[in-house]
Design a protein around this ligand. Structure first.
Ligand code: MLC
Ligand code: AMP
Length: 495
């Protein structure tokens, strides 16, 4: 197998535009040339990096993809890290994955440079590297390709390992279901350390020869200008973004709103996912723009699994049916496989889309699959008149805020380092914009006083901004059961 599928396909697209920005375009050939050069820089004379882990820290765009392809072509495993993470969070991802190098754009290289120096990790400035391309290794699809850190029911994030074959399966399923073509044009404003941005937008677009317009973040005014100008055929976002767009449109003047709405109405498809899209938001968006959002369900470990149809009813509040190549079943807590409608159970998934392992955590990997190789998602759903509807999660320790999956335990561990906090418990409270808002109940030490703004300031050097508590309740004691465990459902009433 001479080339990875994404690379082999890119070779067919040659002079087609892969990335468009206000200052210019990048063709598929440019990406191939640049990635071959970066692969040589990484290889530094070795024949194959043999699954060495290489972290990637750069904003969405052509340089990011050139680096991603470069490290893949050199035989390395990509470890994307969050642009806005704190230094302790970066350090955890680098040391847990055993990264041997970090590839970063010039601005990010300045920020992460001191940490790389302290950890003895090679730092490659993507913008400066310029080696001539040398021989590249031959790679098979079963090689590990990516480790994505995901928060869960443990206090530290786990590294989700996927191979090139898993990634191809995840991409091909979406290409088929949503009928991607090379005529598609899509804005990319989601973070590049999660699958929504990496797989659903970037990899799918580049698989078919489509064009991406990258933004370093969700730059609403700039994106709306482009929507008005018919720059896109597709739009993929998390529910928080649709809520923010509704707020923005409803507060803009009628003439401006009409232009933006007309732009949205002309898109061929708008997708929502990564968190529950309230039916009210779905209906509101349709009323405003005429677009029926297509809601789908996925997870870092499995890619996308369930989707409303491209053609057919897109049901508000439901996520649809299994995607091509993905097997879904529901299982009761008692372990019975559910075969009829209207009985809730845990979603379990099987297929070539499902990840390989949690990096360095064989026990966690084994526990997440049942005896027949079905992956246990920890999400509850029910099948109703032909559509799955997500009902919630089995664990109270997982929070979804702005589309980010957060671990209550990780946030609690950080808060407990505060000198004035004796005990704490973190939960997600319903929030119209963010889905859930990170909320902390704390017991302070002695007569200490603690208020939300000071606590948030203290958190900034320890936790990414989206993990920092939005709400605080100072309590005399936390509600506990007979075993001494905090009863999180009872906590909700304390806010
Ligand atoms: C940021 N802020 C928050 C917050 N995140 N407040 C409450 N809750 C949160 N979660 C605050 C900041 O502190 C800041 O406050 C202000 O909002 C603006 O911050 P920002 O970072 O500039 O926000 P914005 O750009 O508006 O970000 C919103 C967003 C972003 C929705 C674009 O959260 C985002 O990109 N989310 C997507 C995450 C994602 O890709 N998830 C997919 C995971 S994969 P102040 O006071 O400083 O102004 C997955 C699988 C699947 O789930 O199925 O796809
Ligand atoms: P992550 O681990 O960041 O990939 O997040 C995956 C989780 O997001 C899933 O386990 C679900 O809990 C949640 N999720 C994704 N899509 C949806 C959706 N459409 N509706 C409800 N929850 C969703």
């Amino acid at each position: 197998m001479p080339d990875l599928p994404l690379i082999a396909r890119a070779k067919q697209y040659g002079s087609a535009v892969a990335f468009r920005t206000p200052v210019g375009t990048t063709t598929y050939q440019d990406l191939l040339t640049r990635s071959a050069s970066l692969a040589s820089t990484l290889l530094a004379g070795q024949p194959d990096l043999k699954e060495a882990r290489v972290a990637l820290l750069a904003p969405a765009g052509a340089s990011y993809v050139a680096a991603q392809w470069g490290l893949w072509r050199a035989g390395a495993v990509k470890v994307p890290i969050c642009l806005t993470a704190t230094e302790p969070e970066w350090e955890y991802s680098l040391t847990d994955s055993g990264a041997s190098a970090v590839m970063a754009d010039s601005a990010s290289a300045l920020k992460i440079g001191p940490l790389c120096l302290r950890l003895g990790i090679r730092l490659i400035d993507i913008d400066a590297a310029n080696d001539s391309a040398g021989p590249l290794p031959e790679l098979t699809p079963d090689r590990r390709a990516m480790i994505l850190y995901t928060s869960g029911t443990t206090s530290k994030p786990k590294g989700v390992v996927t191979t090139h074959a898993h990634i191809s399966a995840q991409i091909e399923s979406l290409i088929q279901a949503w009928e991607w073509t090379k005529e598609d044009r899509i804005p990319l404003f989601l973070p590049m350390h999660h699958i929504h941005g990496i797989i659903n937008v970037t990899c799918c677009a580049l698989w078919v020869g489509a064009t991406i317009e990258p933004f370093t973040k969700f730059d609403q005014p700039a994106i709306l200008e482009r929507v008005k100008a018919d720059a896109y055929t597709l739009f993929m976002a998390v529910p928080t973004i649709y809520v923010k767009l509704i707020q923005a449109l409803e507060s803009s003047d009628a003439a401006e709103r009409a232009k933006v709405v007309a732009g949205f109405a002309r898109l061929r498809l708008m997708v929502s996912g990564s968190a529950a899209l309230p039916a009210s938001v779905h209906l509101h968006w349709t009323a405003l723009t005429g677009q029926k959002l297509l809601e789908r369900y996925g997870m870092t470990e499995i890619g996308m699994a369930i989707s409303n149809p491209l053609r057919g009813e897109r049901r508000p509040g439901a996520v649809g049916q299994a995607l091509p190549g993905v097997e879904i079943r529901l299982k009761t807590e008692a372990g019975e496989i559910i075969t009829s409608e209207n009985i809730p159970g845990e979603i379990q998934v099987r297929g070539s889309n499902v990840f390989e392992e949690y990096w360095g955590k064989p026990t966690a990997t084994a526990e997440s699959f049942d005896a027949e190789g079905w992956y246990r998602t920890g999400d509850m759903a029910v099948f109703e008149t032909g559509y799955y509807r997500i009902m919630g999660r089995l664990s109270v320790d997982i929070i979804k805020s702005g589309g980010y999956k957060l671990s209550a335990l990780e946030i609690e561990a950080a808060l407990l380092e505060h000198p004035d906090i004796a005990e704490c418990a973190v939960i997600g409270l319903p929030d119209d914009t963010w889905g859930e808002a990170v909320s902390a109940a704390i017991v302070v030490k002695g007569e200490a006083k603690l208020e939300l703004p000071t606590l948030r300031d203290w958190c900034k050097s320890r936790l990414s901004v989206y993990k920092i508590p939005q709400r605080l309740s100072v309590v005399k004691e936390l509600p506990r059961n007979a075993m001494g465990k905090v009863t999180k459902p009872a906590l909700k009433n304390m806010f």
